[in-house]
Design a protein around this ligand. Sequence first.
Ligand SMILES: C[C@H](O)[C@H](O)[C@@H](O)C(=O)CO
Ligand SMILES: [Mn+2]
Length: 427
Amino acid sequence: MNRAGNIEKAFELAREDYQAIGVDVDSALQRMRDVEISVHCWQGDDVKGFEGDDGALGNGLAVTGNFPGRARTIDELQSDLELAYSLIPGNHRLNLHALYGDFKSRVDRDEIEVEHFQGWIDWARDQKIRLDFNPSYFSHPNAADGFTLAHADSGIRQFWIDHGIACRKIAAAMGAAQNNPCINNFWVPDGYKDVPADRKAPRERLAASLDSIFATEYPAEHTLDAVECKLFGIGSESYVVGSHEFYMGYAMSRNKVLCLDAGHFHPTETISDKISAVMMYVPELLLHVSRGVRWDSDHVVTYSDELQSIMQEVVRGDYLGRVHIGLDFFDASINRVAAWAIGTRNALKAVLAALLEPTEQLRKLELEGDLTGRLALIEEQKTLPLGAVWNHYCQSVGVPAGSDWLENVREYESKVLSQRSDSSALV
Ligand SMILES: C[C@H](O)[C@H](O)[C@@H](O)C(=O)CO
Ligand SMILES: [Mn+2]
């Protein structure tokens, strides 16, 4: 039998295995088709953007590696993304940073407009991809001392407030064009390397700056504002103004979307445990699915225990309609298109695994106090044939199953990526 036939045969057997524990595979697959992942543009070019300067990365963000083929133009980035999307089952979104506009000449961050993103809006419409957005509060002379919206200098603060206001206009235009809310995520690096004398005033300034930015109401059908916390960064080891408590309080009191980045907490702290808690108090959640490794918060997402727990919590809580799943990693040591394919396919595979979980049965065991049965069932279902269902899903939507996608990436690497030169790649 050929590979396609084998995949179907394996799927039929897998369906029976899942049926035996009370899981309806067809309804899980139906739900999978509606799951959208917001793929981050910045994996494709090492977070450099297209502002026309040297694109030097700063404010605690660091990309290591010098794999050839970084996208240097919007055309190259779009071409790389098109290949990545063709390797990922389902219809997904693109998460753009403000750095990635089509700037014909130097346009400072407080002056960016919808026209600079019209090309992306048109491309996204043609590709049937929806857009999300992010103001860029890093890699800029006005962020050189590590402070932006919480800066003590009112002129610098105003510059960044104006950037936020400009970005909300752009996000609202994207949302209106795509008839679906564009999630506009605010992350600022502000913080101190060493112990501050005043932890209070910067937080008061950050809240006031955000309030100024959010003063204008936009229709929720066009754009939703999200706010992202961080525990520490390179250069902000002792104090980050926008901590978890700060943004949790801010999002709750201002009815904003809270963003939880999996790499932004203490290494032994997980965001999976936070989901059901914060969802009681915030309207919606944005996830930055990432992977922390020692000092770095942005490794390519692997099929880890924490990834599985995150998706289990989203599905168990019935939050798929209120949780926006975005990715956030950047790795320049491997093929960047492969990085997107690996990370996004893993995120989706974890959603599928969660949809195939016998949740009701597990809850029943728990409520009856049968904790032995709960552990036994959780452990046994870890080795059920998820791969067979995943391969069938990929095949049924016309996307390579298993690791077949790697061939497409290798061919693109030899024909396209290897032809690009980039003397500015970081080692
Ligand atoms: C480039 C992103 O906006 C950035 O990674 C942010 O989301 C973050 O996680 C910073 O550590
Ligand atoms: Mn993030």
